[in-house]
Design a protein around this ligand. Sequence first.
Ligand SMILES: Nc1nc2c(c(=O)[nH]1)N[C@H]1C(S)=C(S)[C@@H](COP(=O)(O)OP(=O)(O)OC[C@H]3O[C@@H](n4cnc5c(=O)[nH]c(N)nc54)[C@H](O)[C@@H]3O)O[C@H]1N2
Ligand SMILES: Nc1nc2c(c(=O)[nH]1)N[C@H]1C(S)=C(S)[C@@H](COP(=O)(O)OP(=O)(O)OC[C@H]3O[C@@H](n4cnc5c(=O)[nH]c(N)nc54)[C@H](O)[C@@H]3O)O[C@H]1N2
Ligand SMILES: [Mo]
Length: 747
Amino acid sequence: MANTFGYGGMTNHLGDMQFSRFILIIGANPAVNHPVGMVHILRAKEKGAHIVCVDPHFSKTAAKADEFVRIRSGTDVALVYGMINYIVAHKLYDEKYLKDRVYGYEEVFKEAQKYPLDVVEDITGIPAETIKKITTEMAKAKPAALIWNQGLTQHTVGTNNTRIMPILQLILGNIGKNGGGVNILRGHDNVQGASDMGNLSDSLPGYYGLSEGSWRHFCQHWKVDYEWMAGRFSSKEMMEKTGYALSTWRFGVLDEQNFANNNNTPIKALVVIGNGISTTSLLDKTKAALDKMDLVVFIDPYVNDVAVITDRKDNLFLLPAASQMESSGSVAATNRAYQWRYQVMKPMFECREDHEILFDLASRLGFKEEFQRSLYAIAQKEGRKEFIWPDDATTEMAQSIRSIGLQGMSAKRLKEHCDNWHMFDKVTLAGMGVVKDQYYGLPWPCWSEKHPGTPVMYNDTIPVMQGGMGFRVNWGVRAPDGTDMLSPKKLPNAKIAGHPAITAENIEKVLNIKLTPAEKQAVKGTSFSTGTTNILVEKALQAGICPYGNGKARMVVWNWYDKIPIHREPLHTYRPDLIDKYPSFPDKKDNFRANLKYISRQKEHDWKKDYPLNMLTGRLVAHMGTGTETRSAKYLAEIYHDMFVEIHPNTAFSLGINDGDAVWVHGTSGTKILVKAKHSYRVGENDVFLPQNFSGVYVGKSLLDRYPEGTKPYAIGECASMVTSYGFDYNTACPETKCGLCRIEKA
Ligand SMILES: Nc1nc2c(c(=O)[nH]1)N[C@H]1C(S)=C(S)[C@@H](COP(=O)(O)OP(=O)(O)OC[C@H]3O[C@@H](n4cnc5c(=O)[nH]c(N)nc54)[C@H](O)[C@@H]3O)O[C@H]1N2
Ligand SMILES: Nc1nc2c(c(=O)[nH]1)N[C@H]1C(S)=C(S)[C@@H](COP(=O)(O)OP(=O)(O)OC[C@H]3O[C@@H](n4cnc5c(=O)[nH]c(N)nc54)[C@H](O)[C@@H]3O)O[C@H]1N2
Ligand SMILES: [Mo]
């Protein structure tokens, strides 16, 4: 998802945190979820960095931090406004940085006036003294880094959370500096690659969006006619319309009112490739949708967990996919760096690599020739008859995704990095010897074959050819109020200060150069991010500037509903007394093609009366995602064998629940799961915690007999997503699984 700066991912990288003097970990548990990344955080601590962990749950990371601060889940925006309130009152902000590099901070400062510390203490549950202390420590530590993950995103205000954190870092002048930045520790192996490749229903690859211009750009690179592509859609409108999301497609099967958003057609078939889907909230809706459709296909190395949840008797297919060990290609890490993965072994038995299955699918659907055309074109250019997988696909992707600067990458360069792994500095990522003047994995943007990659984004104190850049000029050179959005600062070696993104139309004027007639012809009608040549980009680099412009970061997003982040109470909150003051969003129609409820759901019922406990969910170190793979591994299944709910002993005592008792957890959608109670001081008295890594039991009933012989997992349990509450992020439709209410009863 686009963040304040443009695109997602870490601004810095894991090793870089060793330069930090202070690390705020808020809504992330790297000790469990990023154990290798955690090593860098612990190294930073050894070097004197102060580590603060803000979490509603006393996590394993909290146990390793210098300070643990318990927050009421869903209130992080209010906390940061409290911090900003204090920063403004005590002039702890970086004034020069804000003046030079940021637009809209005055509005944020104004909003912060609504959040004096006693108000923030009431909302968040964090004592005012603690907020003062951590704010002072963070503001005085130069530089300070900030880390977040799903503790911030899986909320109705997820986008607001992920905007307020960079805002805090900008106010402290910590963006674009070694040891600073906002470091979003991403999820799956290659999830950064999946989003860069545009496996999202609101964009083509490389965050280009779905406009006609974007379609034309990719059609040019894919070597297919735009008209042919348009003919695959029922209309131009549908071609350019945001699709369903992983969280909203069920409404497209079950809810007739939603069909209107989908050209009046219900969804009839589902192909699931590499996703658990049992991990999406409202699992009962997923089951009902799977039961109802005409066709369901899973492409997976394991028996996908929902394949045993559905009651359907036919037109349910499991296609065995090869695992990552049996395939190869480029994968992107959490810091925007790409790495080459070699095949360890050939696919076993009848399983096949994902791309082969997709090639065959394209063949049956009648467009295999178009699907592969650009691969053949790349082969032909090099005098080959057949394309080489995945190398030629890497070329296609790197050459077409110019928005984030992948064109400097190639299979050859990435393999060279992988082969010379030992030649890179683990802390700075800088290469030596054969890989000198390159950063490991060429973190994007990597503008050309000579560009080293960008380990730290938005650093305007180093030349562009060493990874320097200002903020991207993506919103025009002037704000609606007339403010100049260009930076007054020059990159070292640059001829000019702030400037717009480079286009064929403006390049001569902006750079004060003349293109030759041949160059003019080659770049006609394009910008730094479109077309097929790198001429515009090379000219910009020669002039010492970053092709995407040099502007100011904007804190005000004038085209969004919440122009600056606003604190809003969760839909299901145990502080209903705060709803009138901090109401949720208005309901939103056609949000990823679903009609989603916000305020109407929040006010539908006195939720707290029937569901008094706040439900947190998160991960276990021994299991991954649904747990499909790890619960099928003997030793991991032994470490965490049973699904459980953590409950504070005082709360448990008042409900007559002993440690180890079987309990029913009732969700706000009228669903329930049967799990073991685990007395724990890690949760507060108002919270319970459920791991998200189980499946294979459905409303108290084991589904083990439904797995084909030889595929039964060693550990099964109820899915948390059966009882997580209704609720979706306003901008991304990400389910609100980090807060929500429930009721617990002894079984
Ligand atoms: N072992 C293991 N590793 C994994 C995974 C796995 O399943 N198992 N999954 C991978 C994936 S896909 C991802 S996305 C990452 C996720 O990595 P994380 O986001 O670190 O994982 P979670 O445990 O879901 O949640 C992090 C923390 O957020 C806290 N939290 C909940 N609500 C709030 C809130 O409102 N505010 C704040 N400040 N904190 C809150 C939770 O208590 C929890 O400690 O992990 C990846 N790594
Ligand atoms: N309550 C609650 N719910 C959550 C979360 C939470 O914190 N709380 N976190 C959310 C997050 S961040 C995520 S990412 C999801 C978990 O994400 P999911 O994607 O639901 O979980 P995984 O188990 O990782 O699912 C991956 C599936 O792909 C299969 N697979 C593995 N390798 C390959 C391959 O090479 N090819 C193919 N075709 N398939 C493969 C696996 O066997 C598995 O079935 O859960 C989400 N749901
Ligand atoms: Mo994730």
